[in-house]
Design a protein around this ligand. Sequence first.
Ligand SMILES: NC(=O)c1ccc[n+]([C@@H]2O[C@H](COP(=O)([O-])OP(=O)(O)OC[C@H]3O[C@@H](n4cnc5c(N)ncnc54)[C@H](OP(=O)(O)O)[C@@H]3O)[C@@H](O)[C@H]2O)c1
Length: 242
Amino acid sequence: MGALDGKLAVVTGGGSGIGFAVAERFVREGAEVVIAGRRKERLDAAVAQLGPKARGIQTDVGDEEQVKRLIDSVPRVDVLVTMAGGAVFGALEEVPMKAWRDLFNDRYFGQLACCRYAVSKMAQGSSILLHSGIAGHAALPNYAGGAGLCGAVNAMGRSLAIELAPRGIRVNVLSPGLTRDTALDWGVPPEQMDAFMGAFVGRIPLKRPGTVHDMADAAFFLTTNAYATGMVIDLDGGWTAV
Ligand SMILES: NC(=O)c1ccc[n+]([C@@H]2O[C@H](COP(=O)([O-])OP(=O)(O)OC[C@H]3O[C@@H](n4cnc5c(N)ncnc54)[C@H](OP(=O)(O)O)[C@@H]3O)[C@@H](O)[C@H]2O)c1
């Protein structure tokens, strides 16, 4: 018996990285999983790896109509994980305003829209997991837009947890620290990547980046523990404890 036997999970960003590891863990626990992302080839490849309990729905979470269509395509939602998104790094005067607006559009309004349309299909006992990132708590240079976004998502998660508790729907936020094995575009030239990563790893007490499996473990805990709601977990090897 898997902990998620008979459950239907929607995982945005499930085509790669953390979202894929979450989808993989959910399938192993018996769930049927719908993954969403913009690139069809990425979704197809992920579904081929996940097996017959998975299907992909091409969706841009930054487009409200597409989010509505995604949720319309499922009969119910037992678990919603919103892991879709990217990152924008760069100095204050160099990053165009549009890049930050697009970031908020996908990662703040995208997650909000997924919740907005999914809740009418969520019964008592179901749960939502949003994602932010440790920049909400740890100040990083060249990441002003991302830091604000992560803080905003953490606040949204706590607020939704209170709003939806009377309906028996739990809401939590996974806030990843530096995580490897993802397709995330850091916007750093390949020849500078080792130095970029090394500078971050030096700040982590456990002296390693997290893995997508570390993140999937936390996602599994937050989505299945019946007493967990309103939580923001910084899973970061101790970074934000310093
Ligand atoms: N890796 C880290 O160290 C880290 C740390 C903190 C926070 N995060 C955040 O965690 C989230 C997951 O990242 P990851 O590291 O797993 O990176 P990833 O491998 O790049 O995963 C992001 C996924 O989201 C999808 N996606 C991006 N924009 C989308 C959109 N508008 N609509 C639908 N799908 C979209 C991508 O697929 P398509 O491109 O095909 O749409 C991709 O499958 C990201 O928001 C990232 O910024 C990551």
